[in-house]
Design a protein. Sequence first.
Length: 515
Amino acid sequence: MTLVNAGCSGHHAGMDLDRRTLLTGLAALPLIGLVGCQDRHNPEPESTMDATATNLLFIMVDDLNLAIGCYGHLLARTPNLDRLAARGTRFTRAFCPYPLCGPSRAAVLTGVRPEYLGMANNEVCWRERRPHIATLPELARASGFASVRFGKVLHHGLSSGQSYDPAAEGADQPHTFTDPPSWEQEWGGASRVHECQACGPTQVIDGRPFGGTALHTVRAIDGRVLPDAEVADRAVAWLADPARKARRFVCSVGFHKPHVPLIAPERWWAQYDQVPDATIDFSMGPTAGQPADLPPGVLKVARLHRGATPEQRRHLYRGYLACVSWMDEQLGRVLDALDGSGLSASTLVAFVGDHGYHTGEQAQWDKMMLLDPSLRVPLLFAGPGVARGATANALVESTDVAPTLAGRLGLAPVHRCAGRDLGPWLADPAGLPDAPAFAWLHAAGREGWTVRTATHRYGVMRRDEQPARAYLFDLRCDPHESRNAIADHDQSGVIADLDAQLRARYADDAPVAPV
């Protein structure tokens, strides 16, 4: 692939910003768009096909980056995601607004950005602060749909120190992440800590207890004890019930893998025994370099490269791919059940990741960074009125998912929304215009804001009480975000433009108002 080298010189001019400089003097701006309505800056095509779906199968996955066959990954074995892409439209440049489960998932299901929801972690729920904001399943339920959930879909209300994980410490109890307004029937998944520990987990690198977000792996395990298998079991049984034909439905399914610990059946580990060393820069795979001259706080602790051997890195990456394939297998079972129900022709399928994940890029093995690996997500639609085997290359945000699905289901708006309705372009995505992708982070003494365009990523980050500093990546010649170009003289025009966009996006502190 030929890379464009324009605008990537090494001339330097220092640039520091504090938060007051970033935000002072910004006028409050109205939120753009309504749930189910079109962004005025991106007029819809003159003619669109009427393709209102009867039902929705909504699937969300935890910590999934673009290690997927249909996204061009050279090693990932994901036949079911690949067939979903062949049936529908795959978005290649979709980004989440916050690189953590709770805020990002709430934004996906409401179409409202995390900063307006008041969510910067997994421990709060927007319903306490913004009670008028409804989820897509809630809108559907109020309109007479059956609305059910299997697995992790929303993620909120945890007390400090708790985590969602199939091997979390404690008894084998269900993790519900319940949201009664959204679903009339819910099953959140069950912990299997004892079975996983009995299989002899391997501790890798970080030395924390088994469970949570520790870098452990489990290889020799019967997949039937993993929560994602039971999530699929329950979704399959529900879709197979003949009663599904009597009432419109929204079926929400959440798969936990490839979230750590990296637990997958032996057969999937064996598929990846020949994975190259994880420091090799292969297509869409890990890179070893940690960018220089970044503001403090842009990167987290370099857990992956802290004393890790090449074999340990390879082991972790193999485990991540094994978990992706395990999840894909469960997805295939659910898609087969939909096909077998006779309802696939009238059911829209939406698949989205909650956020991305670093698997070695920038020397990180984690999320919670305002960089492409943490923010870029898979996004696919298939079903009535969706182009088959199509690719949408325009930049979109996961806040676009709720207004898009609401429009396809014919649901009335109840609150203003930051996302845009992509529905008019699902039949022909070629004309879909780019929209800048914004993200925010506020955690552990770090706060930052970033904007991503087709050619650049610009961000501002501060750590603790230090002055904020800016960073810039020219993606035309630096697609892996390996060199901070903020000090390059010939980027001054780009910096000024992106800084203005960032200021405008985060100027409005007002709560989201009802329609």
